[in-house]
Design a protein around this ligand. Structure first.
Ligand code: NDP
Ligand code: 8X3
Length: 265
């Protein structure tokens, strides 16, 4: 907790699921002196989350909700410049915003879905990283700060019906790996966290809002909770600065691969 005190943390996709839980977990772990910048498209939800965090942990954590669509390059470019001065000295970037649309197979995949997945999961993550890296690089020893990218088992094991989503997460993995190598002479830590099945709004978004279809994904399974992943995010950010938890893969006990799930019923 001490290692996180005084830090400024930016989380993308903080309005739901893993991002929301990560915001709470940072606040609970370092309640004394922490600045949290919570970003997503749903600003009203972020404002509520910000209020809930302060209600839970107190005024030691300063929480700033910021509306940001990571798939919009202009919004990402102007993001840092628009932050109040006291939130600009960013130490940790959690690139979590991401989504999946549909289960269509080629050649039936809607062009709109292809674009939204790539623009959010890949280009959005890269643009956010490029927007914030200059802040990290100004620090001594070539630079310091943490980039924590949320990938997926889907980036390691592509599955039918998920070709685009899986390709976006494979791209995240490749970008993350190259970036870590590019920054080898610095104290900037580039880390990837790959969850398996986590119950969030992920499947509701996949099925265009059809909650019944989303619930069926988790029927008979015991998925991870977003808190399970949030704990790992905060753990890797809280290690001694010379420790880089470069890569993690997290499953619930009854999962052993993309779509390799033991159903109880
Ligand atoms: P949720 O749908 O619950 O949360 C996704 C978050 O991303 C929301 O806060 C949403 O906010 C945000 N988001 C989506 N599009 C944009 C955008 N264009 N700009 C900014 N924010 C955006 O899903 P999860 O919490 O499960 O997903 C978080 C990450 O975890 C994703 O990268 C996902 O791929 C990954 N993941 C999820 C797994 C799972 O099983 N759930 C497994 C492996 C990885 P808003 O709509 O307000 O913009
Ligand atoms: C989500 C994992 O396999 O449900 O990233 O698409 S999967």
């Amino acid at each position: 907790a001490k290692r996180l005190e005084g830090k400024t943390v930016v989380i993308t996709g903080a309005s739901s699921g893993i991002g929301r839980s990560t915001a709470f977990e940072f606040a609970r772990t370092a309640p004394k002196d922490l600045k949290l910048v919570l970003t997503a498209r749903r600003i009203d939800t972020l404002k509520q989350i910000a209020a809930d965090i302060v209600a839970e942990v107190g005024e030691g954590v300063k929480v700033l909700p910021v509306q940001l669509d990571v798939s919009n390059p202009e919004e990402v470019k102007t993001f840092v410049g628009k932050l109040p001065e006291e939130f600009r000295d960013i130490n940790v970037l959690v690139n979590n915003a991401g989504l999946v649309k549909g289960l269509a197979r080629a050649p039936e995949i809607a062009e709109e879905d292809i674009n939204i997945m790539f623009n959010t999961n890949v280009t959005g993550l890269i643009n956010m990283t490029q927007a914030i890296l200059p802040i990290f690089k100004k620090r001594p020893e070539g630079g310091a700060g943490d980039i924590i990218n949320v990938g997926s088992i889907a980036g390691r094991e592509p599955y039918p019906g998920g070709s685009i989503y899986c390709a976006t997460k494979a791209a995240v993995r490749s970008f993350t790996d190259a970036l870590r190598k590019e920054l080898i002479a610095t104290r900037i830590r580039v880390m990837e966290i790959d969850p398996g099945q986590v119950e969030t709004e992920f499947s509701v978004v996949r099925f265009y809002g059809d909650k019944a279809k989303a619930d069926a994904v988790y029927a008979g399974c015991e998925p991870l909770t977003p808190d399970d992943i949030a704990e790992v995010v905060v753990f890797v950010a809280g290690r001694r600065e010379n420790v880089v938890i470069a890569d993690t893969l997290i499953f619930p006990s009854h999962q052993a691969g993309a779509g390799i799930l033991h159903k109880k019923s």
